[in-house]
Design a protein around this ligand. Structure first.
Ligand code: SF4
Ligand code: MSK
Length: 642
């Protein structure tokens, strides 16, 4: 059975022990069984792109050094790597395209269940696309905007319009290198073409195109997903909520939404508040009514906009079902473990898929249609209520563990907050960095992975950054981990932050770690960086800023695309386990060193999260020196705090 978790939250530790006692298999057990994992795969040197193969390169330099077609390790590693970018960019961007479709429907269908909830943002984004605003109503503008956003994906000429919001200097870097993104689908298709047998075999040329596709994701597909979600579902504002398995209640019908997209979950969250459904739940024997919470980034979507609680992150999806207290789990797309099907059958949990893109054998499929959103949400809530009768008391075990948190920050809201009397300006943030009260800022994001002790990477890294006066912004599963460990509470500043960061958090009343949303909302971090540059005093480009990015427990292809769009935007980006490139010294050297000359950012790999935090801090200090800023105001007070 799986090894014990050491650094995870208490609820997860308890549930993993309980799973072992009950002989229920988890992701950690399957990880152990999979050892040793394939070394060729880990190093990126196996190729099965054509049927002359599969081929593999001998990593010790003794056996074969090329595939049957003659491709060497550099080509094979680079091709595999950018195919990961294609997968990740496709996932984010398909999400963005669907949201743009929903906007078009909201603007054209008079019976739509969707409406425009943020008309201010509608107008702001419309300006980016040069759409006429004056004298036009929301729906007229929204039709044009939805069409312009849809064109970001499929147009065969021109460039990704949203990328024109990057700093001028950054756009020049992309143009000089020939990587300014054109259209999302085009860049992804071109990855698949270039990596077909016998096309591009120059590793640098391949990786540069990978960067172009990742930029189409970050400054295109993901940014469209975030901006249009804000327009449709409302821009988040700071709010209080809580996280962890202890959110589930014995006396309520418990319904979990899991996956990534807000289109369905936002409607379900609102419908779940109808009194008649709460009454139905009570009539079914659940005295407390109905609890709706989320897992993975769907959780972040309904948390950010409505304050619904987070049940857990990626690695907790199985543990939630094992509480025996989940009547229904409804899943859309991405990060949904196929294991949920068999596991839910061992309990009374009903597993429902709703996306035609993501069916799971054994799960019930209720296809989501946007023109019947409320009807389908109601049907699914009613199914969860009906299933309460099947809950087996003997199976129920809910760990008594949940943590309060503040979430709901955005590019706009957080710095209005920080602005205080200078509302709506980044000046106080820039001044905080210039004066050295804040040493810099870091984005710590991403998944969890059983190849690292659960949450050791996230929590140790974030605490170390805070202790060194680095403000942290977070998204995705890192945000959930920070929430569960109490780092998203304003009081966390007094406990974990250095003196300078404490002073800022205390004055403004914010947590030292700011939750900016789901995976696609990493685009909010790009926007924050662009706004800091625009505010002035910290250089001309994102690569000048005293900042860094990290995904200490990364797992998905989306993380690879995100990492590349940060690197290509000029950000030093560090992850725990290396990308699968160790089979090519040339590729390794290029992406961790030479690429900095080209784009100002680079990759770094470091498994020890405290050491990784210090590499980020060193980079921040290097940038402070280059900008001729004063040294940090307070020398680090808590060396290696964790
Ligand atoms: Fe082998 Fe080349 Fe075919 Fe890859 S593309 S499987 S290296 S022959
Ligand atoms: S859910 S991509 S495990 S962050 Fe966005 Fe979490 Fe990573 Fe999925």
């Amino acid at each position: 059975m799986a090894k014990e978790l050491v650094h995870a939250d208490r609820a997860s530790k308890e549930m993993v022990k309980r799973a072992a006692e009950q002989e229920q298999e988890t992701v950690w057990d399957r990880y152990e069984k999979m050892q040793p994992q394939c070394g060729f795969g880990n190093m990126g040197i196996c190729c099965r792109i054509c049927s002359m193969g599969p081929c593999r390169i001998d990593p010790f330099g003794e056996g074969t050094q090329t595939g049957i077609c003659g491709a060497n390790a550099d080509t094979i590693v680079a091709r595999n790597l950018i195919r990961m970018i294609a997968g990740g960019a496709a996932a984010h961007s398909d999400h963005g395209r669907d949201i743009a479709h929903t906007l078009l429907m909201a603007a054209t269908d008079p019976n739509s269940d969707y409406e425009i909830k943020d008309p201010v943002k509608l107008r702001k984004v419309a300006e980016v696309y040069d759409i006429a605003i004056k004298g036009r109503d929301d729906k007229e503008i929204a039709v044009d905007l939805a069409r312009a956003c849809l064109a970001e994906f499929g147009k065969s000429e021109g460039e990704v319009t949203m990328a024109s919001t990057a700093p001028e200097a950054r756009q020049k870097v992309w143009r000089d290198l020939g990587v300014f993104p054109r259209a999302v689908d085009r860049e992804i298709v071109e990855i698949m073409h270039r990596t077909h047998i016998g096309v591009d075999c120059d590793y640098k040329n391949l990786i540069r195109h990978g960067m172009r596709a990742s930029l189409a994701d970050g400054w295109g597909g993901s940014m469209v997903a975030t901006e249009v979600s804000d327009i449709l579902f409302g821009s988040p504002n700071p709010l209080r909520s809580c996280a962890n398995l202890g959110v589930l209640k014995e006396d309520t019908v418990n319904l979990i939404v899991h996956g990534h997209e807000p289109t369905f979950s936002d409607v379900l969250a609102l419908v779940s508040q109808k009194q008649e459904l709460i009454d139905k739940a009570k009539a079914a024997g659940a005295a407390g009514g109905l609890t709706v919470g989320g897992i993975c980034c769907t959780a972040n979507e309904i948390l950010m906009r409505h304050g619904f609680p987070v049940i857990g992150s990626f690695l907790q999806q199985e543990l939630a079902i094992m509480t025996g207290a989940v009547e229904l789990m409804v899943v859309d797309v991405q990060c949904i473990m196929p294991s949920l099907s068999e596991l839910s059958m061992a309990y009374h949990t009903k597993l429902i898929t709703i996306s035609p893109k993501a069916k799971i054998p054994g799960a019930e499929h209720i296809e989501f249609k946007e023109d019947k959103a409320v009807e389908i949400a109601t049907q699914i809530i009613e199914l969860s209520i009906e299933n309460f009768a099947n809950r087996k008391k003997k199976d129920v075990y809910i760990p008594d563990d949940k943590e309060d948190m503040v979430a709901g920050f955005t590019t706009e809201s957080v710095f209005q907050f920080l602005g205080g009397k200078y509302r709506g300006t980044y000046r106080p943030l820039n001044d905080g960095i210039i004066s050295g009260r804040l040493r810099g800022a870091a984005g710590v994001v991403g998944c969890s992975n059983p190849n690292i002790d659960f949450e050791e990477g996230h929590i140790k890294m974030v605490k170390e950054l805070l202790a060194n006066d680095v403000l942290v912004v977070t998204t995705g599963c890192n945000a959930v981990s920070c929430g569960k460990h109490g780092l998203l509470r304003p009081e966390a500043a007094m406990k974990y932050a250095g003196k300078g960061l404490q002073e800022i958090c205390e004055t403004v009343g914010i947590p030292p770690v700011l939750h900016l949303g789901s995976c696609v909302d990493n685009s909010r971090i790009l926007r924050v960086l662009a706004n800091i540059v625009a505010e002035g005093g910290l250089g001309e480009d994102i690569s000048d800023l005293p900042g860094a990015g990290a995904a200490p427990e990364w797992m998905s292809e989306k993380a690879v695309s995100i990492g590349f769009y940060f690197v290509a935007s000029g950000v030093y980006t560090i992850i725990g386990h290396p990308l699968p490139v160790e089979g090519s010294e040339a590729v390794m050297k290029y992406i961790t060193d030479e690429i900095e000359e080209e784009v100002g950012g680079k990759w770094a790999f470091e498994l020890d999260p405290v050491k990784a935090a210090h590499k980020m801090i060193d980079h921040i200090d290097k940038k402070r020196q280059a900008l001729k800023l004063k040294p940090p105001m307070y020398e680090q007070a808590y060396p290696f705090a964790v």
